[in-house]
Ligand binder design. Structure first.
Ligand SMILES: [Zn+2]
Length: 272
């Protein structure tokens, strides 16, 4: 499943090819995604200029003067830009957005949990976006914010960290890795950290996401004229998926527990 770093890498991969271009045509071959694609999407987008390609949480936002397109990659979605000879669509290539220079953005999603939505307004007012917490790499996500936000929350720290109302885009993998880096147990009460621990956690979240985005940088060319469908880059994790292995910090054993139906991996030896 694409996490925030993959979505940010996708944004960086497609933005140079989309920004400032006019939409020449939209083809919807399959509109039954997580939410139905607007039947009049082609009509709405025809002739619109893409002013910017940005990201909020795991949504990609194509801004036009009339509103914006929200794209979510769901479980298995990917985007590619084609130019020159456009290859014929393959199975699961559900939507094409053709641009005035002959290039084309193609949305591929075998499991169809992704979405492509039109919103005639500013994206921050969209119901899916308006209650989201701060971006993890923005200044709004800082130790004082986190301490205040979690002050009355006794639930497990890992559950708070993966809650989009607290901070967006910290998925299961990165929550596990950030808690390891900060030496905090995922089971700690969210409001039980001291100031230094909140600061360490904020820094750890930023570090793990930035490392992943940097790793994705090497895949940017794969977004153009490529059918690199797997798309999602592989990384080395310190604890994620490593239950039964030795902790790289203290040599203890990494364990796996379940929290909120998701797996948590941590080292009881050095995460407290
Ligand atoms: Zn350890």
């Amino acid at each position: 499943m694409p996490e925030l770093p993959e979505v940010e890498t996708t944004r960086a991969g497609i933005a140079p090819h989309m920004t400032g271009r006019r939409i020449a045509a939209v083809t919807v071959r399959e509109g039954r995604l997580r939410w139905p694609v607007a039947p009049d999407l082609a009509e709405i987008l025809h002739g619109q200029t893409i002013r910017s390609v940005s990201r909020r949480a795991k949504y990609l936002l194509l801004a036009t003067d009339a509103g914006c397109v929200l794209i979510h990659l769901g479980m298995s979605g990917s985007l590619r830009v084609f130019s020159g000879d456009i290859p014929p669509p393959l199975k699961h290539d559900h939507i094409d957005i053709a641009l005035d220079n002959g290039a084309l953005l193609r949305f591929h999603d075998p499991r169809r949990f992704g979405a492509l939505l039109w919103f005639a307004g500013a994206p921050e007012h969209h119901p899916l976006l308006q209650h989201l917490g701060p971006e993890p790499l923005s200044d709004d996500f800082n130790p004082a914010y986190l301490r205040l936000t979690l002050a009355k929350q006794k639930r497990a720290l890992k559950l708070a960290l993966t809650d989009n109302r607290v901070v967006v885009g910290v998925g299961n993998i990165y929550a596990n890795e950030a808690l390891f880096q900060a030496a905090l147990a995922p089971t700690r009460a969210a409001n039980s950290l001291n100031a230094a621990e909140y600061a360490a956690l904020v820094q750890a979240v930023r570090d793990v996401l930035q490392r992943a985005i940097a790793a994705g940088g090497s895949t940017l060319r794969d977004f153009v004229n490529s059918d690199g469908r797997s798309g999602y880059f592989q990384q080395q994790y310190a604890v994620y998926g490593r239950d039964g292995e030795m902790c790289p910090r203290c040599g203890g054993g990494i364990v796996k527990i379940t929290q909120g139906q998701r797996s948590s991996f941590y080292c009881p030896g050095c995460q407290h």
